[in-house]
Design a protein around this ligand. Structure first.
Ligand SMILES: *Cc1c(COP(=O)(O)O)cnc(C)c1O
Length: 289
């Protein structure tokens, strides 16, 4: 079941903008995370593993989604969390714990060495999913976001880039007449473009447009200008967005329209990849939704 919503945004320029509302599929495993996890879980279960391990920071949507999906599949889960344990767990980690995930905190230095963590914590029952679900199976799952969409109607697909897994999947599923725009959530991380391409077949790589200009100061940074845009967007379109990824994506779409990036005949599909739980870290009343 997918919901596609047409926006008012773009009507001034004659550009039709649709949103794939994957944020609506599940309140916790929202958006792209369920899609990115599906083939990893299938693989783990078919090979007889009983426990899933993965990595993430204290605000990682991937960690909560993994915890929740594992509980649904009756798998144990363990999260290796970047940084020392704080007295008060983030709301994200509290949710992960609520879904039965065991949390293991790893210093920032040790966290950089994922191979070392895997070597020191391996067990026969444990299946490892890379950070952010990055990898071939993650991209393959992300491509299924588009399964029920009448894809040929669109000239452009637009989505956020975290690890790059989702955009890689979209590229692999996209059609020869389409461009896939990836809006980076991070500042000055040019290796992202390469990481996306590593998961994409060569003929599909050419249609990738990497857009690094809308990070708003860096990963998870959310200056008042962004929050204000998100509130205005909610008022005009009734679409809630998150501070890390989708707020920046819709801001980018709006700004690209202002800069006449799109032609009047273009039809644009924006992937709303979920992530709304990330807004729980904001002060109350920052957002209207
Ligand atoms: C994780 C996440 C992304 C980034 O996806 P990648 O596949 O890691 O690039 C984008 N949007 C939301 C809402 C997310 O939670």
């Amino acid at each position: 079941m997918v919901t596609i919503q047409s926006l008012h945004l773009g009507s001034e320029q004659g550009v039709r903008i649709d949103v794939l509302r994957s944020d609506l599929i599940h309140p916790v495993i929202s958006g792209n995370k369920w899609y990115k996890l599906r083939f990893y879980l299938e693989d783990a279960i078919s090979k007889g593993y009983s426990e899933i391990a993965s990595f993430g920071g204290a605000y990682s949507n991937h960690i909560v989604a993994t915890a929740c999906a594992c509980q649904q599949h009756q798998l144990n889960s363990i999260g290796f969390i970047r940084g020392d344990q704080t007295e008060q767990l983030s709301t994200t980690l509290q949710s992960a714990q609520f879904y039965g995930m065991q949390l293991q905190f790893v210093s920032r230095t040790d966290y950089k060495n994922k191979k070392g963590i895997i070597e020191n914590n391996s067990s026969q029952a444990r299946y490892w999913i890379p950070e952010g679900g990055y990898g071939y199976l993650g991209a393959k799952g992300a491509a299924t976001l588009l399964e029920k969409v009448t894809l040929k109607d669109y000239t452009h697909l637009i989505a956020a880039i975290g690890s790059g897994t989702m955009v890689a999947g979209l590229l692999n599923a996209s059609l020869p007449h389409q461009q896939v725009l990836g809006i980076s959530s991070q500042k000055n991380n040019d290796s992202l473009e390469v990481e996306v391409k590593m998961l994409v077949t060569s003929e599909n790589q050419e249609r990738f447009v990497y857009i690094p200009d809308y990070h708003f100061g860096g990963f998870a940074k959310h200056p008042p200008e962004l929050l204000n845009f998100m509130n205005q967007f909610w008022i005009k379109e009734s679409v809630p967005t998150d501070i890390v990824y989708t707020g920046k994506v819709f801001y980018a779409v709006s700004d690209l329209l202002d800069k006449s990036y799109f032609k009047p005949s273009d039809r644009v599909l924006v992937i709303h990849s979920g992530g709304l739980q990330g807004n729980l870290s904001l002060a109350k009343n920052s957002l209207l939704f």
